[in-house]
Design a protein around this ligand. Structure first.
Ligand SMILES: C[S@@+](CC[C@H](N)C(=O)[O-])C[C@H]1O[C@@H](n2cnc3c(N)ncnc32)[C@H](O)[C@@H]1O
Length: 206
């Protein structure tokens, strides 16, 4: 299930790759639902698009919920009332993930996997959240009923970037994404990473 589907890019990619699972795309607004339906038509894919808030348009247990391109507050607002019926969340907050992590840690979730994605010159974090009781193999187990790994789909936009440009961009992006109290420490870490990358490049120019 993709919450906040807008154009439907993620669920359409999952369908296109040949999933055996039922895929539902949800958006709270009508124009995004129309966009997703129109894109599905153009691609000849049967995407089930439903207008509604969070998980409301679907009853019962949902194996994987992707919630991408929204703020952490929206992510929490979608997860909180539906926690008991979600197998895993693939989350891509547009802002700092600190409040999401804090809320998740306090409400029975753990971050099982995490990766940075570069898209359009900007850095975004993608997190896989699992109910705390779920074991180490839970990510694979969650992907299995879907037939394709939605995490890989969400990460698929990752681009190859020049290492120096990446390091420079990291400093800017960490500043953008960090909440104010943590910013100084995060920037220090980013600068250290930048120095290490520069040293590594001097030692290994290839
Ligand atoms: C910026 S778009 C992201 C689209 C897509 N997920 C992506 O990552 O490219 C955010 C979408 O989430 C929808 N949205 C925001 N809050 C929502 C909620 N509580 N339930 C369902 N959809 C929501 C908005 O209408 C909008 O279409």
């Amino acid at each position: 299930m993709d919450v906040g589907c807008d154009h439907g890019g993620l669920p359409l990619t999952v369908l296109h790759r040949g999933t055996r699972a039922a895929v539902v795309a949800v958006d709270v607004n009508a124009p995004p639902c129309d966009r997703a339906r129109s894109n599905a038509r153009k691609l000849g894919l049967a995407l089930d698009v439903r207008q509604g808030e969070g998980l409301d348009p679907v009853a019962g247990f949902v194996h994987v919920v992707s919630i991408c391109g929204v703020g952490s507050a929206t992510l929490i607002g979608v997860m909180a009332p539906a926690s008991g019926r979600i197998g895993a969340v693939v989350a891509q907050p547009n802002d700092s993930a600190v409040s999401l992590r804090t809320w998740a840690a306090l409400h029975g979730w753990r971050v099982a996997r995490e990766r940075g994605v570069w898209d359009g010159g900007r850095y975004y974090g993608v997190l896989v959240l699992l109910p705390r009781g779920a074991g180490a193999g839970a990510v694979a187990a969650v992907a299995a009923p879907v037939g394709v790994d939605p995490v890989e789909v969400a990460w698929g936009v990752e681009a190859q970037v020049d290492r120096d440009a990446l390091a420079r961009r990291l400093v800017i992006e960490i500043e953008r994404l960090s909440p104010l109290p943590g910013r100084v420490g995060d920037l220090a870490i980013a600068r250290l990473a930048q120095e290490r990358l520069a040293n590594a490049r001097r030692a290994d120019p290839a």
